[in-house]
Ligand binder design. Structure first.
Ligand SMILES: N[C@@H](CCC(=O)N[C@@H](CS)C(=O)NCC(=O)O)C(=O)O
Length: 205
């Protein structure tokens, strides 16, 4: 299998953490893109028409185009405990996953604009709207992850990816100044300490 990824992408981190949880690293040729994922020059563009990372090529040559299908595919290949609960926790875990994914989707759009466009062209009203949505989402996220404690599943794993990414990009998100973020960050620290697949995949520039 071949994976295009970056060291900063929280979506790529999710699938790398799933691979690490299942001990699949040796079966994956992890290929680091050489420029920003937003650049047309980034290598993944030739394999993913959507222009996004992560993208994974499986053994029959098929490319899988989003972190969601890649994570579930890798989970199905792995021999360790599944990260997708099948019982009563299933919908809560999937919902937590999507809440974290939505937080990331909202935030990445603003981060990309701040990184890539001149400040005079920023859509400031939209940035303010996303800041308010993020503030509300953080408190909902804290409630949604509470029942799981420090258990690792696809929901809590993605919540750690989102929280760590927001603080990694704090200069652009101001997440650390938001109400309740310190508690989420403390929880993410504990998750990183308990689960090696998370510790091994933290974002870095
Ligand atoms: N829904 C996608 C989102 C992936 C995504 O937005 N990745 C970013 C990197 S963090 C990207 O490749 N952006 C490049 C672009 O939008 O041009 C997934 O879950 O894989």
């Amino acid at each position: 299998m071949k994976l295009w990824y970056s060291n900063t992408s929280p979506y790529a981190r999710k699938v790398r953490a799933v691979a690490a949880h299942h001990g699949l690293d040796a079966q994956i040729e992890a290929s680091l893109i050489s420029v920003s994922s937003f650049s047309d020059q980034a290598e993944h563009n030739r394999d993913n028409p959507l222009g996004k990372i992560p993208v994974l090529q499986i053994s029959d040559g098929t490319w899988l185009y989003s972190s969601n299908v890649i994570a579930e595919y890798l989970d199905a290949q792995g021999g360790s405990r599944t990260l997708y609960p099948q019982g009563t926790q299933r919908w809560a875990a999937l919902n937590l996953h999507d809440l974290a994914a939505g937080l990331l989707d909202n935030s990445i759009a603003v981060i990309a604009e701040k990184l890539l466009r001149p400040e005079a062209e920023w859509w400031l009203a939209r940035h303010g709207q996303i800041r308010q949505r993020n503030a509300r989402t953080l408190s909902v996220l804290a409630e949604a992850l509470r029942p799981f404690g420090t258990e690792l599943n696809i929901g809590t794993l993605n919540a750690v990816c989102a929280i760590d990414f927001l603080r990694f990009r704090n200069a652009l998100t101001a997440a650390e100044s938001m109400a309740g973020f310190a508690g989420l960050a403390a929880w993410a620290d504990e998750m990183n300490a308990r689960h090696p697949c998370l510790a091994a995949t933290k974002p870095f520039a």
